[in-house]
Design a protein around this ligand. Structure first.
Ligand code: SF4
Length: 461
């Protein structure tokens, strides 16, 4: 039995209160907030890469507390996840939120030792693995706060994959742009995805906003306008609006048809009481009145106050990108997909000869040399180019193949040193009429033991 699942099924607006696994104080665990059921949710490795595991801290929660465990794929492999699933099930913990995760604090780019490169297990692959158990309640993250066309398309494409892989519910990234939240809701309706969606909110203080800007917290948009409003409020003593605004956002989300909210940075009893007071005070208002108040407190005049300043990245794939795609697509079909190629390849590679260490090494080297310069191949052993429009997933610092993480800023990668490969791919997919691949093709993860072997041989054999 899961109270959270029951809430989602009954369309009973609920509140997931987020706790960090590093918290050492006794936690106030309420069962409701302004009449909405409250469940506990444990964030995974938010403060450091070595934070205690949600699995461990969940066991100390007061008996009978409904809990949701986050699992972040950063620095992990499918074998770690299978182990986590086993333990969670053994403890009767069935509510999960599966995320690829932001950049590891100690990310190793493998520049000096490729075998030590940090790996990130993709949320899509976690959902695929978890879905084998129908009793699990699987949540996925989605970032609707994207303002360049390609990065936004890429997010929506990946969301469809997550649903296809078996996600039960969706939680948005933390964000304050109501238009983006409305767009997400509308999108789900337009493609007939009947999955509950919860919005992530927090009482946004000036200190928190400044922290997120200073530390470039991945995927969260805080604009100069927002900082100005918060600074002005602090100066004039209107800081209570932080809670009032959070309450308004929750009430607006409820009226927009969201299934609930994921409440971050509001675990203290006193904070929850302040929030509850405003939820009760303004709970009777209609959507229009709530939005009016929201807009007045945020000093919204143009509707663009929550958007980053748009810069001009290339909006269309270049002709050389299209020609490269067409060329590689032709080669892939001819050498890997055609019946003849598969038959001949199997015949060649089943010979014992290829098992010899020197031969295997030479084959791997040949494959690397012929592909690295063209697509950035890193000898993953399970070539996915045919499913990624010939843009190698290994050129994403996290190695994501199924779609982007939530960390882009106007198409720029979370790591800051390149354009996100998934934005490039989304643009190309539109140009060559292949968006279906990015929405539907579930690409399996690469087990660690396959890395560093020839994908040619693995493909045919
Ligand atoms: S390339 Fe895109 S998906 Fe990969 S880490 Fe950068 S932002 Fe995330």
């Amino acid at each position: 039995m899961s109270l959270f699942i029951d809430s989602l099924k009954a369309q009973n607006f609920c509140v997931l209160v987020e706790y960090l696994c590093t918290m050492k104080v006794a936690l106030p665990v309420r069962s409701s907030l302004a009449g909405y059921p409250v469940y506990m949710t444990w964030a995974d490795r938010v403060q450091t890469d070595e934070d205690p595991s949600p699995l461990d801290v969940a066991q100390n929660a007061p008996e009978g507390t409904e809990q949701v465990l986050h699992y972040s794929g950063k620095g992990r492999d499918i074998a770690n996840f299978e182990q986590f699933l086993k333990q969670a099930k053994a403890l009767g913990l069935r509510n999960l939120l599966l995320l690829s995760g932001d950049k590891l604090k100690n990310h190793n780019d493998g520049h000096l030792q490729p075998e030590l490169r940090s790996r990130y297990l993709e949320s899509v692959n976690m959902v695929m693995a978890a879905r084998r158990d129908p009793s699990l309640n699987i949540g996925v993250a989605f970032n609707p706060f994207k303002y360049a066309e390609a990065e936004r398309d890429a997010q929506y494409f990946k969301l469809q994959k997550k649903i296809q892989a078996g996600a039960d519910y969706i939680i948005t990234q933390l964000g304050f742009d109501l238009d983006a939240l409305k767009q997400a809701k509308k999108f789900l309706e337009s493609v007939h995805i009947q999955r509950p969606i919860l919005a992530c909110v927090m009482p946004l203080t000036l200190a928190r906003a400044n922290f997120m800007v200073k530390h470039k917290v991945a995927g969260i948009v805080i604009t100069p306008h927002m900082l100005n409003v918060l600074a002005e409020e602090k100066e004039t003593g209107f800081t209570e609006r932080v809670y009032l605004r959070c309450a308004l956002q929750i009430l607006i989300c409820k009226q927009l048809g969201f299934a609930g909210i994921h409440l971050s940075a509001c675990h203290k009893a006193e904070e929850q009481m302040r929030l509850e007071r405003y939820l009760e005070e303004y709970g009777h208002l209609e959507l229009d009145a709530l939005e009016l108040l929201w807009n007045s407190f945020w000093q919204v005049k143009t509707g663009k106050e929550f958007m980053p300043t748009l810069t001009s990245y290339s909006r269309q794939p270049t002709s050389s990108q299209i020609i490269k795609y067409q060329h590689l697509h032709f080669m892939h079909d001819a050498f890997f997909e055609s019946k003849i190629a598969k038959g001949v390849g199997k015949l060649i590679f089943k010979a014992q000869f290829w098992e010899q260490a020197t031969v295997a090494k030479a084959l791997l080297k040949t494959e690397f040399v012929s592909k690295h310069g063209v697509v950035g191949c890193e000898s993953c052993g399970q070539c996915r180019l045919g499913d990624t429009l010939y843009i190698c997933p290994e050129t994403c610092p996290k190695g994501l193949a199924n779609g982007p993480c939530g960390g882009t800023t106007l198409d720029r990668c979370e790591f800051g040193d390149r354009e996100c490969i998934h934005s490039v791919k989304a643009r190309l997919a539109k140009a060559v009429d292949q968006t279906i691949v990015l929405k539907e093709k579930l690409i399996p993860t690469v087990p660690i033991e396959i890395r560093g072997t020839s994908s040619w041989k693995n493909w045919y054999v």
